[in-house]
Design a protein around this ligand. Sequence first.
Ligand code: ATP
Ligand code: MG
Length: 414
Amino acid sequence: MQNAWIISIGTELTLGQSVDTNAVWLARRLAEIGHRCDRHITAPDDLEPLVDTLRQAAAQADAVVVSGGLGPTDDDLTRVALARVAGVELAPNARSLAQIRAFFERRGRAMPERNAVQALLPRGAQAIENTCGSAPGVLLRLERALVFALPGVPFEMKRMFERDVAPRLSADSHGDVLLSRRLNCIGKGESDIGELLGDLMRRGANPEVGTTAELGTIGVRINAAGETRAIAEARLEKTEAEARRRLGALVFGRDEETLADAVGALLHACGTTLATAESCTGGLIGKLLTDTPGSSAYFKGAVVAYANEAKVELLGVDPAALRQHGAVSPEVAEQMACGARRRLGADFALSATGIAGPGGGTAAKPVGLVYIGLADGAGVQARELRYGADAPREAIRLRAANTALNLLRLRLLG
Ligand code: ATP
Ligand code: MG
């Protein structure tokens, strides 16, 4: 495959004031047309770092897509940097100038003189027309690399990429494509999953397999390259099947499929229903379940019972159990689940009660201690989870919600 670099320009990006969504979009599109992106570089609106980055790219990349820095102001330095690296002058491009004037005229305005700098191109470069903004793009070869400089405004960049860049790069990729798939897993940590995957994760293999830890779930990414889409797809299928064989029930879904989607599909297939009783998760389990369209077929509802009185009144938790064991206890988790199941007339109920922090922990019951309960017609069980007192509140809540959903998933799988 061809090796592509993405260079995003903007001080607002390097300072973390805005998110570089262009790079994410470009990397995915490049892969689909046979250019594997192996560097994302973010450079500020300053000439030296930009020139430096372009020099490296010129020496090492086959294709480079630059976004940003093509505006009319003094901090827009992409044109200047490209000319410097190419060792040529900037010269006005009459056609681009006319297009910029026409762009302003269509909006009933005269072109501000400042915008004329946008029609300056490094000598020997081609302009890439911008039909939805003033900044033309620039196409030129710098040593090894074919460089496309596009505006930073996301919709302009995307339009120009699809119309002028993608066709050009597709022709260059020798037909190679990179296809990706993600298997979503829960129930073991990244290192255990790595161990199970074994030689599938060998560096440099095709398909290439890698893992990413998210909050309580692990993503297994499979990237397959092939001379054609069909070949890449066949490789992907084969590796996916082998990964699934090794990971078994740890895999709950593929690509965008969530744990709640998977639980929902199982409930639906069994014709059974679910309710939740939520304290520390504050309704998050219900939220995750109802993110799935059509969840009313199996999800009855959530009782968010935060205060002790609510646990007693809405879920029928025994006040004596609260006094004796405390709200964060297996006994109360079990009673919450049973209460929700009864109140909402569901086949299954999940509950969660715990200390999400950052305050409220004690030596006996530290922040991160959560009990989840699962009730069904045959009985109820509670499970203790410990996430560590330094875990952020959001992480504790999401992990608890995911673990509860997974408990039910495994039950439904038998
Ligand atoms: P242009 O090349 O179109 O003139 P610019 O860098 O000169 O771009 P800016 O004013 O810096 O223009 O950016 C225009 C808009 O595009 C801003 O809203 C900016 O946040 C957004 N933008 C620029 N680069 C990116 C990026 N990499 N990802 C997402 N948004 C971006
Ligand atoms: Mg900018």
